[in-house]
Design a binder for this molecule. Sequence first.
Ligand code: ZN
Length: 227
Amino acid sequence: MTNGLRAGVLRRAQRVLLAMTAVAVVAVIAASWMAARAGEGPSWLQAIFGPPQTLAGRQIGIVAGHAGNDSGAVCPDGLTEVEINQAVADAVARALQRRGARVDLLTEFDDRLRGYRADAFVSIHADSCEVDLSGFKVASLEGGSRASDTLVACLWARYETSTGLKPHPDTVTYDMRGYHAFREIASDTPAAIIETGFLSGDRRFLTRQPDRAAAGIVAGIECFLKP
Ligand SMILES: [Zn+2]
């Protein structure tokens, strides 16, 4: 091999090595970004790649409807409301924590509900499997605080935009406006209850995309608590 040929081979090898290093660096950044977005990995990674800390220092209470008590609505094939509520509530809690909030994940008749104080309180339920309807709805305590009304307005608006589900206000019942937890928590805690969809008409959405339902609720809370 001549000196010139040897130098050519060396240069080509250097270029290949450089390209491989670049690909590896891009792959590591992409993997870090995806892990941080999913809420995994060390906190410094989340600080770089995670969502902005829009809820830093906020205290938020989330009820997984019927959890610890009963199954809620049940479909003929055994799908239960409580399993949907728990999946959505877990995803909401994770997403809120990623944005810096302190979250209390509560059961339906949690001991902590009595006099509960927080910047926001949302109870997560889903609607019946009996009638073939689609849509979501939000309510607060009948005659409750202005802050609760604002939280409800934020959830109506943001849940619809995030999920694409249509509001179904006609089926807001007294059960929702007179929800037991509204009377147990501190009266100055802004509070809302959401029915994330019908187990009948919105079954695919609720079972396959609990994270999207959760994103709608998180967007509603952010809208209410934004500085
Ligand atoms: Zn329910």
